[in-house]
Design a protein around this ligand. Structure first.
Ligand SMILES: [Zn+2]
Length: 441
């Protein structure tokens, strides 16, 4: 504990004093990076998955401790700040938990496919019911169970572990002795949990620091267990973090460690994220491949993200993909609501439509055909939408579900289509559309 006191005196107290006047300076002793290496290697990883985020952690916690539910919109500023930083650091996926599932859901819905969300349960708190989580899972809205700080000895913990195994959803557990935590989250205590739930995909948040030996032994015995490097990558001296990380890598776990920040849009997010990333980038005992694994590849495997993570990174920060997805939906909605002006806006001047019957319409003919018809749809919806972008051209393939009729016949059916979009004067517009009926007799 002597070191902890020394640490407090050295870093925290001066930090608090400085905080009154200017942003907290980075303590000198954190700088172990040789300047020459900085020139050889870019400081910012190409892409990152942050496996440890909390939605507006302190505000949600403060409301909860007053016995109140926070109004989700009241922490939108934190969401904006977090998005700015995730974008700046090339974070393509974030694992986000919150004590308020309503806040987590609002953040998840705000940015398609950026966040995997789940409950954050602090020690001594009763978290959400298993049935609530099960319902979220059924809706496709539960990406993780955790951060769970409830000690493994607590029956509530047992229920979360059983659910995580049953649904095959990762379970993230708070495991560190740093910051005066009790030994109730000691890595050793997760051994019996893993013995009871052999298929559980567990990850130790904060990598069990400082309990190196037990963390190594747990990871050795359970090949599906991973660990995140959150909080210790900026909250302990850089030398201590590097020594711990080096030992884990030496023990053979470079392919099971993941970057995490343990932030969520509060005032210190920028500082913690930057220092946490730099702590890994500056570890000269790691090869470039090992760094890439820690920042990205390991999390892709652990969270089984390959498809969505790839789509996100190809979409260059989501923006183009989101725009195309919106125009594509506008077209469907235009059809469903007979809103011909809306359809018109989505089509390029030299648009060509090949129908499933083999008829070819240009833009004017399409317009005429739609207006003269009397089709009515109750359902006109694309799913399994895949968007690929090649510069100013995008190819969208999807399945179309259609239910409706006109005065002559039933128009219901299932189709596959390819739509090609081109970016013209800053707007994505459809230049080609070909559809095929599925299972045509
Ligand atoms: Zn934690």
């Amino acid at each position: 504990m002597k070191t902890l006191t020394a640490l407090l005196l050295l870093f925290v107290l001066p930090g608090l004093l400085f905080a009154q006047t200017k942003p907290q300076p980075r303590p000198k002793s954190f700088e172990v990076t040789a300047p020459a290496r900085l020139l050889l290697q870019p400081r910012q990883p190409e892409r990152i998955i942050d496996v440890h985020l909390h939605a507006a952690l302190s505000k949600v916690r403060d409301a909860r401790s007053q016995g109140e539910e926070i109004a989700p919109a009241s922490v939108d500023a934190e969401l904006r700040e977090l998005l700015r930083l995730l974008n700046e650091h090339h974070v393509t996926v974030g694992v986000l938990s919150s004590q308020s599932l309503t806040v987590a859901e609002r953040w998840r819905a705000a940015v398609p496919r950026l966040f995997l969300v789940g409950p954050h349960v602090r020690a001594g708190e009763s978290g959400p019911q298993v049935e609530t989580l099960r319902a979220l899972y059924r809706d496709g809205r539960l990406g993780v169970i955790g951060e769970i700080a409830t000690p493994p000895s607590d029956p509530a913990f047992g229920r979360y572990a059983a659910l995580a195994e049953e649904l095959d959803v990762p379970l993230g557990v708070h495991s560190t002795g740093f910051g005066g935590s009790t030994r109730e989250n000691h890595p050793r205590l997760y051994e019996p949990v893993l013995a009871r739930h052999p298929k559980l995909r567990l990850y130790l948040m904060h990598a069990g620091y400082p309990w190196l030996e037990e963390t190594v032994s747990l990871l050795q015995r359970h090949k599906t267990t991973f660990a995140d490097l959150s909080m210790i990558n900026y909250n302990i001296p850089r030398e201590d973090f590097h020594a711990y990380l080096r030992s884990l890598v030496k023990a053979g776990f470079a392919n099971r460690l993941m970057y995490g920040s343990d932030t969520g849009g509060g005032p210190q997010t920028a500082d913690h994220m930057e220092r946490g990333i730099d702590a890994i980038q500056s570890a000269d005992f790691l090869t470039p491949d090992q760094k890439r694994a820690i920042f990205y590849d390991n999390a892709v495997r652990f969270f089984r993200l390959s498809k969505s993570a790839r789509a996100l990174s190809e979409a260059k920060g989501n923006k183009a993909e989101q725009e195309i997805s919106r125009v594509n939906r506008d077209f469907d909605e235009g059809e469903r609501q007979r809103d011909f002006a809306a359809i018109d806006r989505t089509l390029a001047d030299d648009f060509i439509w090949t129908t499933f019957g083999g008829t070819v319409f240009d833009r004017a003919e399409t317009s005429e055909h739609l207006k003269s018809g009397d089709s009515r749809y109750e359902l006109y919806e694309s799913d399994d939408v895949r968007i690929r972008i090649y510069g100013d051209t995008a190819v969208v393939t999807a399945r179309l579900l259609r239910r409706g009729r006109n005065s002559k016949r039933d128009l219901s059916g299932e189709f596959r289509y390819t739509r090609v979009y081109l970016k013209q004067k800053g707007r994505w517009r459809m230049v080609a559309y070909q559809m095929t009926r599925i299972g045509q007799q």
